[in-house]
Ligand binder design. Structure first.
Ligand code: ADP
Length: 189
């Protein structure tokens, strides 16, 4: 049901032993989709390559399995769509469309900073979904850095207040999984 995952990933394919900062019990609990039924948020934070997108896709698939609608997008594509709709006088339609799926997954927030207009459009989306639809956001930036990501600490705080109200924050630490695998197999020093 909708989705648009960039590739297939599942929880069985996630090596929890390689990532001790992720609690498998917490992930299994989140896989029940109870948080989606309650319209809560998940923030998956951590450096590149530690498995944030993998877990986001895997959880998204579990949520679909529980018969909820899920839309997966990157922060960059989402903001581009909002800016375009705004420019064409169709922002309301776009916000309504993005508010329909029970879960909205936004991957890779923070790789590119938002301009002030984009930050404000993102805020409108979060406000619209707040306490109605669940959100899962992955970011390489800690919440303390979101002021820089959104280019405006006031807008960033307004967004965070809503996202953190009913939320599960999972911070993944450590090195990129792929780099570590290469090192282990002797391909890298
Ligand atoms: P991030 O979103 O944190 O940048 P990804 O989820 O894109 O990282 O992970 C990069 C690659 O490494 C993906 O192919 C992913 O499936 C794989 N990967 C990362 N962590 C794990 C893990 N613990 N077990 C299995 N594969 C992993």
């Amino acid at each position: 049901k909708i989705a648009h995952f960039p590739h297939a990933r599942d929880l069985d394919g996630f090596d929890f032993n390689a990532q001790p900062s992720v609690d498998p019990h917490q992930i299994r609990e989140l896989a029940t989709a109870r948080w989606v039924a309650h319209g809560e948020a998940i923030l998956l934070l951590g450096p590149p390559g530690v498995g944030k997108s993998h877990l986001a896709i895997a959880l998204g698939r579990e949520v679909i399995r529980q018969n909820y609608t899920v839309l997966f997008t990157t922060a960059q594509a989402l903001v581009a769509a909002l800016v375009k709709a705004h420019g064409e006088g169709r922002l309301e339609d776009r916000l309504a469309l993005l508010s329909k799926p029970k879960l909205l997954i936004i991957d890779e927030l923070g790789y590119l900073p938002f301009d002030p207009n984009a930050a404000h459009l993102f805020f409108q989306l979060v406000s619209r979904r707040y306490e109605r639809g669940a959100m899962l956001i992955t970011s390489n930036r800690s919440v303390g850095e979101w002021g820089t990501v959104f280019g405006d600490p006031v807008v960033a705080t307004a967004i965070l207040v809503r996202l953190l109200h009913h939320s599960h924050v999972i911070t993944i630490r450590g090195d990129s999984y792929r780099l570590r695998e290469k090192r282990r197999s002797g391909l890298l020093q």
